[in-house]
Design a protein around this ligand. Structure first.
Ligand code: ADQ
Length: 509
């Protein structure tokens, strides 16, 4: 398949049925007031990336519904929703305790902070690990009873790192791939994990492991080399052949992307354009700076607000000339750190607005705390003159790519954290910043504000070209090819992103 074209899977891949397994299904199921099951599309980066793929080629998605316990009526609802969606849905029931220990506990109080370099936030509770293993076995049972020989089983993300090991134990011989959507930590951090060996060995039961960036793949290879005796890696491209005692597997970097054409087309509709104009009418005579994030401490929202405050303090001429729209999507509110973060953000927004607001007029920060309808999200993207994407660390960050795809006029700027997985690909178009450098981020906003139109357009054009060529269909295709190709030397290498990429930030990574 040529990059950017409609998906055209190579013949062996087309024949294989794809079974996607992730913690959550792409729909959230809940009972309505009449007691009927309702399915709302779920958000988040993983779903955004995979939905167009399964819609296009069919297959099966296995995951948790979001509802606690088992219910026969739910199975009927799943079948009906699956029929409408064009692929089958199968659920893995979880009890309340399992959700607590596996999802909120092991996944989100241990792996999530550790893999984002925030070890101090980890709660290494032994019970969490036990439940994690049990739930992975539960997932394996459901996969085993639905998979047929010849299926390609594609497991997603840090909730299910032990799944292949459980499937092998149960005798499943199908090819099994794993994609990690979040970063993989460096050796010195990974070593902190009390269950590091068990987890690493389990990962090595996959046939292909995909990471977002070379940085993550390199960290993983370093961990395997340090901890697994006799491990060897061969190859120089994006996909390496790994040999560990007893088996061979492939390990590669596959930067995830978006359905560029779909975003662009929808952003170009008159409905989105009208909503974008409405935003400018509500916030007139100023440049709009946009932040869109899930509520998460890795996204760097409090320091971003400090940077915006620093901008208004150090460049007073920009007061009334800019507004920051910060959209925060509710997420994991059951975890105390997330509730505290929400309070902290609200206090900061209050403080900035209290200090700089002009009575009857300009409000510096426009804060939105809710999940937006897709067209509204696109309208924010289209309306924004500058996007501020400053995570402390991020597997990829799809918001950055979606923003570029929706910037039809190409007359806007992206400020991007050096530590987002998207940074190497977008380095030649974005203004890269260190998210911890408050004044540096403020200076970048100042620079974006004053950037001339020619430079803005040239930068945006470069980023859009790269995202268009390396879209989500390219991502799926290259992952699946890596799983089956016989000759890794012949594997198409994305190493230059058509000559656009700074593959590794030379000094930093
Ligand atoms: P996330 O941490 O969820 O994903 P991100 O990549 O930015 O982060 O994806 C967020 C998704 O949510 C985007 O697709 C966006 O459109 C959607 N979204 C954002 N704001 C919304 C709103 N207000 N309403 C509705 N939807 C909204 C994880 C990793 C990332 C990685 C992705 C994909 O943490 O690093 O890029 O998976 O691999």
């Amino acid at each position: 398949m040529g990059p950017g074209e409609q998906p055209e899977y190579s013949a062996p891949l087309r024949r294989e049925r794809l079974i996607v397994v992730s913690n959550r299904l792409p729909f959230r199921f809940r009972r309505d007031d009449q007691g009927q099951w309702r399915a709302d599309p779920a958000g988040g980066g993983l779903v955004t990336a995979l939905l167009p793929v399964l819609r296009h080629r069919g297959g099966m998605w296995i995951g948790w519904t979001g509802a606690v316990g088992e219910d026969p009526e739910l199975a009927t609802a799943l079948d009906a929703v699956g029929k409408g969606a064009g692929y089958a849905l199968k659920s893995v029931p979880l009890s309340e305790e399992e959700v607590h220990n596996f999802y909120f506990g092991f996944a989100n109080e241990i792996i999530w902070p550790l893999f984002h370099d925030l070890q101090s936030l980890c709660n290494f509770e032994p019970e969490y690990w036990r439940t994690y293993c049990e739930v992975n076995i539960r997932f394996a049972d459901v996969v085993r009873s639905n998979a047929e020989p010849g299926d390609f089983i594609w497991v997603h993300d840090y909730h299910l790192m032990s799944l292949a090991a459980e499937l092998r134990r149960a005798g499943v011989k199908s090819r099994i791939g794993f994609f990690l959507h979040i970063p993989f930590p460096p050796l010195d951090l990974f070593l902190k994990l009390p269950w590091r060996m068990a987890l690493l060995r389990a990962l090595l039961e996959y046939d292909v492991i995909g990471f977002q960036t070379l940085r993550d793949r390199r960290n993983f290879v370093q961990c395997v080399r340090a901890l697994v005796k006799g491990a060897e890696f061969e190859g120089r491209g994006h996909v390496l052949l790994a040999s560990v005692p007893g088996r061979m597997l492939r390990v590669g970097s596959f930067p995830i992307s978006i359905d560029y054409n779909a975003f662009m087309r929808q952003a170009a509709t008159s409905e989105v354009a009208e909503r974008a104009r409405e935003l400018h009418r509500l916030l007139p005579n100023r440049k709009l700076i946009l932040g869109v994030d899930r509520l998460d401490y890795t996204k760097g929202i409090p320091l971003r607000l400090r940077a915006f405050e620093s901008l208004l303090t150090r460049y007073p001429e920009l007061r009334e000339r800019v507004s920051l729209i910060q959209v925060v999507v509710p997420s994991r509110e059951e975890i105390p750190e997330y509730r505290e973060l929400k309070t902290q953000i609200e206090q900061q927004v209050g403080k900035i607005n209290g200090s700089f607001v002009r009575p009857g007029g300009w409000v510096p920060v426009w804060y939105v705390y809710r999940s937006l309808a897709r067209l509204d999200l696109l309208a924010y993207y289209r309306a924004a003159d500058v996007a501020l994407v400053t995570p402390f660390k991020d597997g990829m960050n799809l918001v950055a790519k979606e923003y570029c795809a929706c910037s039809i006029e190409e007359d806007c700027a992206l400020i991007l954290s050096e530590f987002a997985g998207a940074a190497p690909q977008l380095a030649r178009g974005a203004l890269l910043v260190n998210p911890y450098d408050i004044e540096g981020v403020a200076d970048a906003i100042h620079r974006a504000y004053h950037m001339d139109k020619g430079e803005r357009q040239a930068r945006m054009r470069r980023m859009r070209r790269s995202i268009r060529e390396y879209d989500v269909f390219w991502w799926v295709d290259s992952f699946l090819r890596a799983a089956i190709t016989k000759d890794l030397r012949a594997f198409p290498q994305p190493d230059s992103y058509a000559g656009e990429v700074v593959e590794d930030l030379p000094v930093l990574f």
